[in-house]
Design a protein around this ligand. Sequence first.
Ligand code: SF4
Ligand code: SF4
Length: 191
Amino acid sequence: MDRPLHELHWLGCATKRCCTQRTVIPTSAEIWRIASQLDVPPESFLRAVPTQYAHEPSFLLEPNGRRMQAALLRRALGGNTAACVFLMQLGAHNRCGLDPLCPIACQVFPASTDSAPPHLAETDVCQCRQWSLADLDRPRIAAQLEQLAQERQRYQQLVAAWNERIQSDNRTATFAEFCAFLLAEQQASAQ
Ligand code: SF4
Ligand code: SF4
C-alpha cells in the first residue's frame, strides 16, 4: 500500500510525541467503530474534558452545566508524562494500537482538522522534524477531512438532540449514559 510521506514518518517515529501531547477528540462514528470492533464500552477509552476546541461538538451532563467534550483517555507513563491509552510502548519504539481504527485527527496530523483545505496545524507538538506543506498528501488529506466534516456534522446533530433532552428533562446524566446514547444512535444509523 502506498503511504504518504507524513504517514511513513509517523510509522518510523519512535517517540510519537503527538500521541503524548495532544487531546484527541474522536467523532461519534469513530467512537462507535472503536467500541464495536474492540468490543469495549466507550467509557473505557474516553474521558469527558471541559470544551477545548470550538469546532468540535460539546455536550452537557447537567442543565446549564459546563460544556464537555469526549476525548481519548490518557494514561500515566511515569514522571509527569501521560499518553493516549492506545499508545503501545514496544521497547524504545511507540506504536498506535488502533492502526486502521485510529481517528482521522490522528491520521492527518500534522495537518490541521479545523478547516479545509489541508494546511499544517499551528502547534509545537511535533519536535522531531520541521514539517512543510509539501510533506502532506493533500488530495488524500482533503478526502479524509471531507469524511471528518460529515462525521462531525452527524455528531453535532446527536449532541444537539442529547443537550435538548438534558435541558428539557432538567436532569443530570453520567458520562456513561452519554456514551450509551451515542452508541445507540450510531448503531441505528449503521443499520
Ligand atoms: S508528528 Fe512528530 S511526534 Fe508525531 S509521529 Fe510524526 S514525527 Fe513523531
Ligand atoms: S489513537 Fe493512536 S495515533 Fe491517535 S493519539 Fe492514540 S496512539 Fe496516537
